[in-house]
Design a protein around this ligand. Structure first.
Ligand SMILES: [Zn+2]
Ligand SMILES: [Zn+2]
Length: 136
């Protein structure tokens, strides 16, 4: 049983089967675009093309390119300048939701956060100690 959804590309209703996120005509158009993009990328001199360049040449939507990279339909091992934007800073990344820098920052931030929590806890404990001592 299908579920009726809005096509995110053209806004028309279509029955969602779980196989694709867009309506039939948009899916066909996407596939056509994919063939076009892939034909462009297959040429040796275009291996290092950037997303901007591909968009310029093929007229493909950058969001589509990001989606294909995410789904592994375009392999970044072959095309080193492709990726999709990091959730945090928008720079291109090829794995996870965040780029390497933001992942590092997040990890450092967490460590700092833990350290600060620890520190505050110790102060709170010692204050409590003083408080109790003062009143008992
Ligand atoms: Zn559509
Ligand atoms: Zn980032």
């Amino acid at each position: 049983m299908g579920e009726v959804r809005d096509c995110p590309t053209c806004g028309s209703l279509f029955s969602y089967s779980g196989l694709r996120e867009v309506c039939g005509p948009c899916a066909t158009a996407e596939e056509k675009k994919y063939d076009e993009v892939y034909a462009f990328l297959r040429r040796r001199e275009n291996r290092a093309a950037t997303i901007e360049r591909i968009v310029e040449v093929t007229g493909a939507d950058p969001g589509l390119l990001h989606k294909w990279v995410k789904k592994g339909r375009i392999q970044t091992a072959l095309f080193p300048n492709l990726g999709y934007p990091c959730d945090q800073c928008g720079r291109l990344t090829v794995e996870g939701k965040l780029c390497g820098d933001c992942r590092d920052e997040l990890e450092n931030g967490l460590e700092l956060f833990e350290a600060a929590k620890d520190f505050r806890q110790r102060i709170a404990d010692s204050e409590k100690g003083t408080y109790h001592r003062g009143h008992n």
